[in-house]
Structure formats: structure tokens, C-alpha cells
Design a binder for this molecule. Structure first.
Ligand SMILES: NC(=O)c1ccc[n+]([C@@H]2O[C@H](COP(=O)([O-])OP(=O)(O)OC[C@H]3O[C@@H](n4cnc5c(N)ncnc54)[C@H](OP(=O)(O)O)[C@@H]3O)[C@@H](O)[C@H]2O)c1
Length: 320
């Protein structure tokens, strides 16, 4: 890479919930500097009938598929051959695998220069309370290794806040954590529903990663704070009511109740515990910034999806 622009990109976790949006955006982008895009995926994903159509469409767009095991250093070394930029979208249960992926990229893969760790979520270093939040721990460990051990690689974290597409939905069985049901015309709002939240739609996460790749001077060695729009739960409710023409049945969850439910969920090792924590963090305003990095990436408000688009998809049952 004579300049710092990416040329050969490898995506890890490509067919995951957010990886597919990021990969599709990179595959469709006309980034002039990019001569090759590959994904590194497991044999199970390649053999999965559900994932075949997606893989076939990417191959038609010119992507190459490298099959291997992210826990086998020899497979990782082979996947990194000739690659200069790695975009990692591994899921929550595989976040710590990134530590070895980063070490191999830093110490053994001479071509790799730029690495996007799997973040695409809540700001894990928003303020002094962030370091104690349970859902942040694995991402914090990855950042600590990067800070203390990684020498050669440039790093970009894409911090998007909650995905609007998921924020709108109820977590079934845990409706008190907030959300909307477009068919049943029901809503649960946290607090009085007037607290602002910074949200990013899932297609926009892909757009933002592409913008970060295109502007290394604005994105290298940064934790980019980006978002599609800011809205209160009441703004979202108003959009649902306007688009459906129906009055929603509204319930409220007080912040203290949410905190109690969060505590109980963690005590019971309920898999929904992280949802309660994250929804509490979002309702506490910890997705809000005086200024985001959208502008430095060349993206204005009108370049991002509006609330109306994601509500429309929710009503049609098309989100995600
Ligand atoms: N902002 C938000 O609201 C929000 C919501 C959800 C997730 N996130 C963040 O987005 C990032 C990606 O999460 P995701 O939900 O998209 O991930 P996911 O769908 O659970 O998994 C992504 C991919 O990781 C790969 N993978 C390999 N080994 C794995 C393992 N042992 N366990 C899990 N995945 C494995 C798979 O890659 P292949 O495709 O190659 O098979 C899988 O498709 C995470 O950092 C997560 O915290 C943010």
C-alpha cells in the first residue's frame, strides 16, 4: 500500500448479523484503491444452505471466499497473505479470538497494516462508568491488548451506538426493557420516553465502514463515534403512529425498575441480562456527543437513513 488507502481487504465474520451489511456495502462500493475483497469464513458457513444465496451473490460481485478456522494460526496466516486491511465483524462470543488474530497480523503478516476490530456498538469508553459494564468487558480486553502490545497495525473502531433496527424491537419475554410492536400497536418506553438516543441503522453501519476505509486520514487510530440520527422513544412512537395511522397502547418502565430487572437478570444468568444493561446505558444518554465523526468521514445527515425508513421496515417486518 504505497499510500495508506486500502487495496486488499479481508473481512472476518462476514455473514453475521452486521457482517453481512458491512460486506455488502464494501462489495458494492466503488473504492478506487481496492483491488481485492475476500472473506475468511468457516467450512460450516460455506456449507450452510441458508448462507448459500448471500455467498453466491458476493462471488458474482467478485469477492473471494477463503475457508478456514479462525482459531488455527496457519489458516489465519494463509488468509492474511497479501492482505493490507482486515475488517473484523466477529460475534460477541468470539470477540476474544481477535487477540490472536491481532497478534498474528501485527507480528507475522508483513502485508497487514490496518485492522478494524469488531465493535459496531455501544461506546465502551464513554465515561468512567463504562469500564465496569459487564457487556463491555471482552471489547475492553481487546482494546487493552491493542494499547499495550500492538506495534505496527493502525486501528479503527467504528462506534455506532445501538442499531436502530434492533432498538425498535421488543426482546420477547423481556418487553419491559423497551420497544415497539408495529402489528399489535404496543410500545414500552423507558422513563418518560423523552431521553434522546443516538442510533445507527444496520445498512448505515456498512456505509460508515466504507466511508472510514475511504478516508484513512480521518479514521486511522481512532474510535469513530458515528450515527444515523438521534431520536427519543417518543419520536419513534410518533413515527409509528403516523405511519400505521393507529394509536399505540403505551406502557412505561421507570429507570429504577429497569435497574432492578437488570440486577435480577444478571443474578439468574439470564441471557437477556446484557440487553437490560445496554438499554439502561442507552437511556442514560451514553450514546450522545456534542459532535460525531460523521462529518469528518464526509457524511452529512441527509446521507444517512432517517428514522422514517427504519420504522417503515419494522412495519413491513423487514428489519435486519
Ligand atoms: N450496536 C448494536 O446494537 C449491536 C447489536 C448486535 C451486535 N453488535 C456488535 O456487532 C459485532 C458483530 O456481532 P453480530 O451480532 O453481527 O455477530 P454474529 O452474527 O453473532 O456473528 C458474526 C460472525 O462471527 C463469526 N464467528 C466465528 N466463530 C464464531 C463464534 N465462535 N461465535 C460467534 N461468531 C463466530 C461468524 O462468521 P462467518 O459469517 O464467517 O461464519 C459469524 O457469522 C459485535 O461486536 C457485536 O457486539 C452490535
Amino acid at each position: 500500500m504505497a499510500t495508506s488507502l486500502p487495496s486488499k481487504i479481508l473481512i472476518i465474520g462476514a455473514t453475521g448479523a452486521i457482517g453481512k451489511h458491512i460486506t455488502s456495502a464494501i462489495a458494492s462500493a466503488s473504492l478506487q484503491s481496492v483491488s481485492r475483497v475476500s472473506i475468511f469464513t468457516s467450512a460450516a458457513t460455506v456449507a450452510s444452505p441458508q448462507k448459500q444465496p448471500l455467498l453466491a451473490s458476493w462471488k458474482q460481485q467478485g469477492l473471494s471466499v477463503i475457508t478456514g478456522d479462525i482459531t488455527k494460526p496457519e489458516d489465519v496466516r494463509a488468509a492474511y497473505r497479501d492482505i493490507d486491511t482486515v475488517v473484523c465483524c466477529l460475534g460477541r462470543t468470539a470477540l476474544l479470538e481477535q487477540i490472536e488474530l491481532l497478534r498474528i497480523a501485527d507480528e507475522e503478516a508483513s502485508s497487514v497494516r490496518w485492522f478494524f476490530p469488531s465493535e459496531y456498538g455501544t461506546d465502551i469508553e464513554y465515561d468512567e462508568t463504562s469500564r465496569d459494564e459487564k457487556p463491555h468487558q471482552n471489547k475492553l480486553k481487546v482494546r487493552a491488548v491493542i494499547r499495550d502490545e500492538i506495534k505496527k497495525l493502525k486501528i479503527t473502531y467504528v462506534v455506532t451506538g445501538p442499531y436502530a433496527d434492533m432498538f425498535l424491537d421488543f426482546k420477547r419475554g423481556h418487553e419491559s426493557a423497551g420497544g415497539f410492536d408495529a402489528q399489535a400497536h404496543q410500545a414500552v418506553l423507558i422513563g418518560d420516553g423523552n431521553d434522546k438516543v443516538g442510533l445507527t441503522t444496520m445498512p448505515d453501519v456498512g456505509k460508515l465502514v466504507v466511508a472510514a476505509l475511504a478516508k484513512p486520514e480521518a479514521s486511522m487510530n481512532k474510535a469513530l463515534k458515528v450515527q444515523s440520527f438521534v431520536a427519543t422513544p417518543r419520536d419513534i412512537l410518533a413515527e409509528f403512529e403516523s405511519q400505521t395511522g393507529a394509536k399505540f397502547d403505551i406502557k412505561y418502565t421507570a429507570m429504577d425498575t429497569l435497574k432492578e430487572e437488570e440486577k435480577t437478570a444478571w443474578a439468574k444468568s439470564d441471557p437477556a441480562a446484557a440487553t437490560f444493561t445496554l438499554r439502561r446505558i442507552w437511556a442514560q444518554g451514553k450514546t450522545l456527543y456534542e459532535k460525531t465523526d460523521n462529518e469528518s468521514l464526509g457524511l452529512a445527515l441527509q446521507d444517512m437513513e432517517p428514522l422514517s425508513a427504519v420504522v417503515q421496515r419494522a412495519i413491513r417486518g423487514e428489519n435486519q
